[in-house]
Design a protein around this ligand. Structure first.
Ligand SMILES: Cc1ncc(COP(=O)(O)O)c(C=O)c1O
Ligand SMILES: N[C@@H](CCOP(=O)(O)O)C(=O)O
Length: 463
């Protein structure tokens, strides 16, 4: 399997080289040259499979010859062994044909663990084989950071630097990152927002001269193809457990960097019967405006009760654009030449997007109400991101006959501030492995929003 850039000018790469690269050299993102497709019969054969076996079937065709089947199975086994639920991704019914897919049973309580536990194991395997030590650099609005640190901290061949927006993540999220005191883990609290962190990471990939000789950057954000690939699995898992391929299943996805919902789009392209994918956004609504009004113009980022989705420049939208523009890299490059400028999709592209995507924007006030209403009606406690997805599903669903799956992207214990606004007396204890989080020592460096200062910090830490 070969991987090509969404901007059409970078060399194509093997799976392993794609995983150990960040952005393509032309600034684009890597995607598979062609997607594996599963027949109705093959999808029928997925019913009842254990999550890990299903993961093997979905991921194997993307890997090509870079891993033997045995190596891949082992990586998958290790990736999901620390999940606290035997189903790995359990489904909970909350209404007629409405389901929550709980993606927060991994070590850091967010859906990011699905891909980042896998990526950590994959890095470890590939780097040991090559005898190479790399520098991982990532940006986080709160969840990717801790999941990446958890996935990479035991890797001998990695130093990891995570940038988060200073004072813009929840206290639990910050502590999950900053209380990991391993020698190869470095947390930077940037005086800026998530987009500043992400821009800095992308700029660093473009010019890596600040690194010591022989070291290179590797990405843990969803610009890394393997992140998206691992997330395709749970769409298949949920759908076959709800009757696919005989039944069509729909999904509502709280969206920021467009990685998670893009994995759902790919599952559909690979043969899964999905009719509707609902993009659920908070007040940072560029994706909602794009789908509903063809208005993809950046606005200043606002701080919301769902901080992990406080994102305006949505990286993976580029991968969708590549498809919507018939895989024409030059057209994508022209469209994204200036990401601070308003963008309007050509009519055919917008029409194609609307065939599958619908969208909803939700403000904090309603998010708090949804958390309260759901708890009062079903005694089910939603985190603020999932609450946006649930409301989006209810407002946008086209068919009440087809199952609608709302992806629950984080555990409510990560966002006690938001939950307290909805349910002031409700206690949400942290799972046992996180007890004592508030008493642990923290280590992080606060840095100005200045690329040179960040590079200086990284170079000194590596020296
Ligand atoms: C809890 C939570 N929900 C939803 C999202 C949005 O996911 P994506 O960026 O893949 O669209 C994120 C982070 O990105 C998140 O951390
Ligand atoms: N919400 C994310 C933002 C980074 O997104 P990614 O999927 O590209 O890593 C976070 O929690 O950090």
């Amino acid at each position: 399997m070969k991987y090509i850039s969404t901007r059409g000018r970078a060399p194509s790469l093997s799976f392993a080289d794609t995983v150990l690269t960040g952005l393509a050299s032309d600034g684009g993102l890597y995607v598979p040259e062609s997607l594996p497709k599963f027949s109705v019969e093959e999808i029928r054969g997925m019913a009842g499979l254990d999550y890990r076996e299903l993961a093997f079937r979905i991921i194997q065709p993307f890997v090509g010859e870079d891993l033997s089947d045995e190596e891949l199975r082992e990586i998958i086994q290790r990736s999901y062994k620390n999940f606290r639920h035997s189903a790995v991704a359990p489904l909970v019914q909350t209404d007629t044909n409405e389901w929550i897919l709980e993606l927060f049973h991994g070590p850091t309580l967010a859906f990011k663990d699905f891909a980042l536990q896998f990526l950590g194991q994959l890095f470890d395997h590939l780097l040991k084989k090559r005898g190479e030590r790399v520098v991982v650099m990532g940006a986080t609005s709160g969840d990717t950071g801790s999941a990446a640190i958890e996935g990479c901290r035991h890797c001998d061949n990695i130093d990891i630097f995570i940038l988060h927006p200073h004072n813009r993540v929840s206290e639990v999220q910050r502590r999950q990152m900053t209380t990991v005191l391993s020698d190869n883990v470095f947390n930077i609290a940037l005086e800026g927002n998530f987009d500043d962190c992400q821009n800095m990471v992308k700029a660093s990939f473009a010019d890596q001269s600040f690194l010591p000789d022989g070291r290179r950057l590797v990405a843990v954000n969803s610009i890394n193809w393997a992140r998206i690939m691992a997330q395709i699995v749970y769409y298949f898992y949920a759908a076959v457990n709800l009757g696919a391929p005989e039944k069509t299943v729909n999904f509502s996805v709280p969206t920021g960097n467009f990685g998670d919902i893009f994995a759902g789009y790919l599952a559909r392209q690979m043969g899964l019967p999905i009719d509707q994918l609902v993009i659920a956004t908070n007040a940072n609504d560029i994706l909602h405006r794009c789908i509903s009004d063809n208005d993809h113009s950046p606005k200043p980022l606002v701080h919301s009760l769902s901080p992990s989705m406080d994102i305006m420049v949505s990286s993976n939208f580029e991968r969708l654009l590549f498809d919507l523009y018939d895989r024409d890299g030059e057209a994508v490059a022209a469209l994204l030449a200036d990401r601070s400028a308003p963008m309007h999709l050509k009519e055919g592209a917008l029409k194609k997007a609307r065939e599958v995507f619908s969208s909803h924007r939700q403000d904090d006030l309603r998010t708090v109400e949804v958390i309260r209403e759901m708890f009062e009606s079903s005694e089910y406690l939603l985190d603020p991101h999932t609450a946006i997805g649930v409301e989006a599903a209810r407002r946008q669903r086209k068919s009440s006959q087809q199952p609608m799956v709302c992806l629950s992207t984080a555990h409510p214990a990560k966002f006690p501030e938001a939950v307290a606004r909805a349910l002031p007396t409700q206690k949400i204890p942290l799972p046992t492995h996180m007890q004592g989080l508030f008493e642990r020592e923290e280590r992080m460096r606060v840095l100005p929003n200045d690329l040179a200062k960040v590079h200086e910090f990284i170079a000194t830490a590596l020296a």
